[in-house]
Design a binder for this molecule. Structure first.
Ligand code: SF4
Length: 317
């Protein structure tokens, strides 16, 4: 999930943050995955080690204040740690979204030494049965162990819970588990109609009423706990697209092959960091937000959400 309060795109010479999907490959095949990632879902043209390290150096040189890594599973990319070292030495803050399964003691020590500002781990059930039903290939025990390992080192992780009909009833118990495990924030939001969630929407999407009741229960939990922040993303994906149409974030989204997209929900990829500098890709993204084809697509999505099936494609403008 991206920062809902990002500054407007025209305010900055460089993006305020860069969201970097290093690979589309990961351990799991989560039913709700926005990116349709999985063990065999790496893209054939993903950036090489040399290309990715060069991009990391450019990011540090360009003054982008922070990079958020998402997936696929970033920690499974062999050069992930070298990228982090370059960013850290360049003064770039790092946020990491992960399934947690690669975060052994040595990895946590590195994150701690590099002052990683935010680590988010997905926990989608209060038991192995539920978590692993919605996250096939994942490990409840492994995710919770990593949350506790991070907390024990003072890294105060965040737990991310993605609601579906299959795990919604577990949300309050996952909050309790997160609180007992030392997290600082419990992050959730409406199921996003993207990727595999979009493909199986009728079976997975909670009703609005059930979602609102769950949010109310989580708010009560957070009030009673008083120590764990509850962060509920306010918009579903169509609302997010509508809001971004009016006020795009100062954010550059880089997908595994180095293309720069407008938003993970939109198929437009106006930038290409294999061919362009960061500054050129940033300019292309800024310009594309006023492209008539983009604006028309956004308007069509409002009327026909089935168009979101194209979200993970990369269209040139
Ligand atoms: S949600 Fe994360 S772990 Fe699950 S399939 Fe998608 S990228 Fe992989």
């Amino acid at each position: 999930m991206t920062d809902q309060r990002g500054a407007a795109i025209g305010d900055y010479r460089a993006p305020l943050f860069l969201a970097w999907q290093l690979s589309n490959s990961c351990h799991c095949r989560c039913l709700s995955c926005c990116e349709d990632s999985g063990p065999d879902r790496g893209w054939p043209g993903e950036l090489s080690r040399d290309e990715a390290l060069a991009l990391a150096k450019d990011i540090a040189a360009s003054g982008i204040p922070y990079v958020a890594f998402g997936g696929g599973e970033p920690t499974e990319v062999p050069h992930f740690w070298d990228i982090c070292r370059i960013l850290h030495e360049g003064g770039v803050a790092i946020k990491l979204e992960t399934d947690g399964l690669s975060l052994d003691d040595a990895a946590v020590a590195r994150l701690q030494a590099w002052g990683v500002s935010c680590v988010q781990i997905s926990v989608d059930g209060a038991s192995a049965e539920v978590h692993e039903k919605v996250r096939p290939g994942g490990s409840f025990a492994g995710a919770v162990a990593s949350v506790r390992r991070l907390a024990a080192c003072g890294l105060a992780p965040e737990v991310v819970f993605v609601p579906t009909r299959l795990n919604l009833a577990d949300a309050p118990a996952v909050f309790d588990l997160a609180a007992a495990s030392g997290v600082r924030t419990f992050v959730t939001g409406p199921l996003m109609r993207l990727g595999r969630a979009a493909a199986d929407w009728a079976r997975l999407a909670p009703t609005d009423e059930d979602w609102k009741k769950t949010v109310a229960m989580l708010e009560a939990k957070a009030r009673a706990c008083g120590r764990v922040k509850l962060s509920v993303y306010p918009w579903d994906i169509r609302e997010e697209i509508r809001v971004r149409r009016q006020s795009p974030q100062a954010m550059l989204l880089v997908v595994p092959d180095g293309k720069a997209k407008l938003l993970n929900a939109l198929p437009f990829a106006p930038g290409d960091l294999r061919r362009q500098s960061l500054a050129e890709a940033w300019q292309a993204v800024q310009k594309a937000w006023s492209d008539p084809g983009v604006l028309d697509f956004i308007d069509q999505v409002s009327a026909d959400p089935a168009l979101l099936r194209h979200a993970n494609e990369c269209w040139e403008i």
